[in-house]
Design a protein around this ligand. Structure first.
Ligand code: SAH
Length: 256
């Protein structure tokens, strides 16, 4: 019988931040294809000594699909390990579409995306009442062009919580565009380098000074920039836990 392939989100770095399901599948796999540029190799510890391990950083899409097809044809268990969660800048869709054409079965096991690990290490909440109830995940234009309606300058006008992937190399332009787009220059910003890895770094500033700090620390990759009032200290308390507020589970006490 043909083997099956599982796409697995490996989490942001800390090898304990993978799901139990993902961990088990890696331990049982005959063939492992992982994104070596970002996935912590510690995540692969525990795999079978006989497992064949391929680093997709050195492979193109055709080569990845060839390894998957060759292995599943032999009935082998294959895992394709992506960093964070594969649904965020993971290039998973093009692989799934090729597998559909080849009638190879697959399943996806989600992971902890780096944007969630970033909130955790910052000890912040992205959705504070009266500050922002919207989180924009985006990037700046690199080799992948931005759709015309998603330019950073246009997204900035919402002043929402914004998480910017893959763009730390453009930090100067990022900050000036966010200001031109409508954020107050004093809006707080955090840059988190390698969230949850042993060499993690956290930089805190605002739109006027963060770029300088990033350069001082020589951060050039594997970092997220998060922007917004959620990094500040002014917000309203939630209705969910408001003692005067009745929810589906609990009756509020009468107010004065
Ligand atoms: N699928 C991944 C994102 C892949 S794109 C996820 O869900 O996290 C790669 C980009 O993600 C990097 O350029 C960086 O911006 C961000 N990134 C990935 N891991 C990170 C980490 N541990 N800390 C900070 N940023 C990270």
């Amino acid at each position: 019988m043909a083997g099956k392939i599982h796409f697995i989100g490996a989490g942001p770095g800390d090898p304990e931040l993978i799901t139990v399901k993902g961990r088990k599948l890696i331990d049982e796999a005959d063939v492992i294809i992982y994104a070596g540029s970002l996935v912590n190799p510690e995540v692969l510890k525990g795999s079978k000594p006989s497992a064949a391990i391929h680093d997709s950083a050195y492979m193109n899409l055709d080569e990845v699909i060839e390894v998957i097809k060759g292995s599943t044809d032999k009935g082998l268990k294959v895992v394709r390990v992506h960093t964070g969660d594969p649904a965020i800048y993971g290039a998973i869709r093009e692989q799934m579409d090729r597998l559909d054409e080849l009638k190879i079965e697959y399943e996806v096991v989600p992971g902890v995306s780096s944007f969630l690990a970033t909130a955790a290490v910052l000890k912040k909440e992205y959705t504070l009442p009266d500050v922002s109830q919207t989180v924009i995940l985006t990037r700046m234009e690199g080799r992948t062009p931005m759709p015309p309606k998603e330019k950073l300058i246009d997204l900035a006008k919402h002043n929402s919580t914004m998480v910017i992937f893959l763009s730390i190399g453009f930090i100067d332009e990022m900050c000036s565009t966010l200001i031109s787009g409508g954020y107050d220059p004093k809006t707080p910003v955090a840059v988190v380098y390698k969230a949850t890895w042993p060499d993690q770094k956290i930089l805190i500033g605002d739109l006027t000074d963060i770029a300088h700090k990033v350069k001082e620390e020589k951060i050039e990759k594997t970092a997220l920039t998060v922007v917004g009032g959620f990094l500040g200290d002014e917000y309203s308390l939630s209705k969910l836990y408001d003692k005067y507020f009745t929810t589906g589970y609990r009756k509020g006490i009468a107010g004065e």
